[in-house]
Design a protein around this ligand. Structure first.
Ligand code: PGA
Length: 252
């Protein structure tokens, strides 16, 4: 079964407007294999200009790195999914570990964000992953599957099949330490099996599951070659256009 192949960047709170647009421009000229999709997770304030810049660039789209869980109202400084859809932003990342950890986002709040994103027809990259402590305890599969269950298993089959999942072990994010290809495959397989148990084999087989956590051009090929790994969510290495282009070209 062939699934979508996705190389997703996550700029986090990096780049100036000028540098960000230059990075997007370089990626728009990058060589991208026919069957690979590229998503750039860029800061809110550059979304609209980046969307305009990439309007006629096939296979490259953008994502907001977050959204609010409420429809609208008195939430000073926040960004709603309605705002994102009003600038034709196609994707939103939900549940990144930095949001969970530094902004105390609970599974329940993330479920609300997911619903808000669906209400505005945004495509979702839903992130999950365990801490080092949980990995050491050996309960990582149960923990990650529970994160998914708590925020996503209320969805209908039709909604669920539109998701993209990103498994990102917290201990590998920005640390230079990656999960081994075997560890990534084992988790991705556990996640896919949980999808199959809830939504059936056919749905489970179609959902792209990306790996994130210190993906670099030097390790991308081996990680992406795993049977249940359908691409990467890339932080640091997506800030360098040449480096990210190599990652985009690391699918077999
Ligand atoms: P990293 O970040 O590639 O810098 O480890 C990944 C992420 O947080 O999405």
């Amino acid at each position: 079964m062939s699934r979508r192949k996705i190389a997703a960047g996550n700029w986090k709170m990096n780049t100036t407007f000028e540098d960000g647009m230059e990075l997007a421009r370089k990626i728009s000229h990058a060589s991208i294999p026919e069957d690979v999709e590229v998503i750039l997770g860029i800061p809110y304030v550059y979304l609209k200009p980046a969307i305009d810049m990439l309007l006629h660039v096939p296979k490259v789209s953008v994502a907001a790195q977050n959204c609010h869980s409420k429809e609208k109202g008195a939430y000073t400084g926040e960004i709603s999914t309605h705002m994102l859809s009003s600038i034709s932003c196609p994707y939103v990342y939900i549940g990144h570990s930095e949001r969970r950890e530094y902004f105390n986002e609970s599974s329940e709040e993330l479920a609300d964000k997911v619903d808000r994103a669906f209400a505005q027809k945004l495509d979702i990259v839903f992130c999950c992953g365990e801490s080092l402590e949980i990995r050491k305890s050996g309960n990582q599969n149960e923990y990650v599957c529970r994160q998914i269950e708590e925020s996503l298993f209320h969805l209908t089959k039709e909604q669920f099949r539109k998701l993209v999942i990103a498994y990102e072990p917290i201990w590998a994010i920005g640390t230079g330490e990656t999960a081994s290809p075997g560890q990534a495959q084992e988790m991705h397989n556990a996640i896919r099996s949980s999808f199959a148990a809830k939504y059936g084999d056919e749905v489970a087989a179609t959902i792209p599951i990306l790996y994130g956590g210190s993906v670099k051009s030097a390790n991308a090929e081996e990680i992406f070659s795993q049977a249940d790994v359908d691409g990467g969510l890339v932080g640091g290495a997506s800030l360098d256009a040449e480096h990210f282009e190599k990652i985009i070209n690391s699918f077999s």
